[in-house]
Ligand binder design. Structure first.
Ligand SMILES: Cc1cc2nc3c(=O)[nH]c(=O)nc-3n(C[C@H](O)[C@H](O)[C@H](O)COP(=O)(O)OP(=O)(O)OC[C@H]3O[C@@H](n4cnc5c(N)ncnc54)[C@H](O)[C@@H]3O)c2cc1C
Length: 326
């Protein structure tokens, strides 16, 4: 087992950097620095040229590349095989995988192949008295659980990158050594085949910079229009809590939360939303949260930078008017 921590990413079918890579590198760097582990980054499949520059910002020692035509697009069997061969050769102590939808198909299977433990939903890693501790989200985001990784075995860790902020550590810059790692994927037959892919049209809530969301407190579809008006005036997107979606006030593609979308806007304004943990999971990483609720004890105020106690039906039109007049 080598004394290294490796962040593994692969071609996830989108342009640009692999989703969650920088957030996972942030966590990995902090751990590597405190535990004296070597930080490496495996990029399997295609990646933009700037991965080397990004790797340097996080103090990556080795930027490992696996380039194989079979790794273009996401194929879980191929991906698991490539990562398993890599882990067998490099024997990293810890394997960190940004927890995208695809990663959930990979991390547990990789752990079995590598004879490693597995922890998903990780938010923080630390070393305590020589043991690696992982803090992870559990029970739908309600609870934080601390795990201790026992023994000398390796561990695969899914990092909940949607809930973390990427922050290149000061003074960590490195000149990563690029290593081409060869794996043999010739014998891998993908067991599940994509027969159709339907891409949603229009802007994505996850990428919105401004979100105005409404909840049960809006009371009706008609009143929900006040949320849409303000979102439009701000050049943002309207969204809703799960009950708002269930009531048919807004499309399910606009649901924020655990079973909806995890968002990270610059501004999140929630009106008539109580602030249940399952909702806040989807917006707590917003830079600024503004809450409008007539109950001064509503949980959402604990998260909000600015809170307005009052009737959303009176306040929303006033804000919209002010924005339009600005
Ligand atoms: C496994 C699981 C997954 C879930 N996933 C999600 C999810 O993805 N997203 C999600 O949102 N929820 C989710 N939920 C549901 C979640 O637990 C809450 O029930 C839900 O978020 C509450 O929605 P709400 O805030 O709109 O409604 P409520 O909790 O009913 O809150 C309404 C709020 O409006 C306020 N209000 C009432 N009238 C006014 C007014 N005139 N002006 C201002 N404020 C007013 C009230 O004071 C209250 O705080 C999930 C639950 C479970 C168990």
């Amino acid at each position: 087992m080598s004394d290294s921590v490796v962040v593994c990413t692969w071609d996830q079918g989108r342009e640009g950097l692999p989703a969650g890579a920088e957030e996972a590198l942030t966590v990995a760097h902090a751990l590597a620095a405190s535990a004296g582990l070597e930080l490496n980054w495996l990029v399997a499949g295609s990646a933009p040229d700037r991965v080397a520059e990004i790797a340097g910002k996080y103090g990556v020692v080795h930027l490992d590349r696996i380039e194989d035509p079979k790794l273009s697009g996401f194929q879980p069997d191929v991906c698991v095989e490539a990562l398993a061969q890599y882990c067998k050769e490099q024997a990293p102590k810890l394997v960190l995988i940004p927890q995208t939808f695809d990663a959930r198909l990979v991390a547990p299977r990789l752990a079995v192949r590598a004879g490693a433990g597995v922890v998903m939903n990780a938010l923080k890693l630390a070393v305590d008295g020589g043991a690696v501790k992982v803090t992870a989200s559990a029970y739908g985001g309600d609870t934080r659980v601390d795990y201790e990784l026992t023994g000398a075995e390796s561990c695969v860790i899914g990092v909940l990158s949607d809930m973390l902020l990427a922050e290149a550590p000061e003074g960590a810059t490195s000149e990563p050594v690029v290593r081409q790692v060869s794996v043999d994927l010739g014998a891998v037959e993908e067991r599940v085949r994509v027969i159709q892919e339907a891409h949603l049209e229009g802007p994505r809530l996850e990428e919105a910079q401004v979100i105005v969301a409404g909840g049960v407190g809006l009371g009706s579809q008609e009143n929900f229009k006040l949320v849409e008006d303000l979102a439009q005036a701000l050049g943002g997107m309207a969204a809703g809590s799960r009950p708002a979606v269930e009531n048919g006030w807004i499309d399910s593609s606009r649901q924020v939360g655990l079973t909806g979308k995890i968002t990270r806007p610059v501004l999140y304004l929630g009106a008539g939303i109580s602030g249940a943990s399952q909702h806040m999971v989807g917006c707590a990483a917003a830079k600024t949260i503004v809450a409008i609720n007539r109950d001064p004890d509503a949980a959402i105020f604990k998260y909000a930078s600015y809170g307005i106690v009052g009737d959303a039906m009176e306040i929303l039109p006033e804000i919209t008017k002010a924005v339009k007049g600005a």
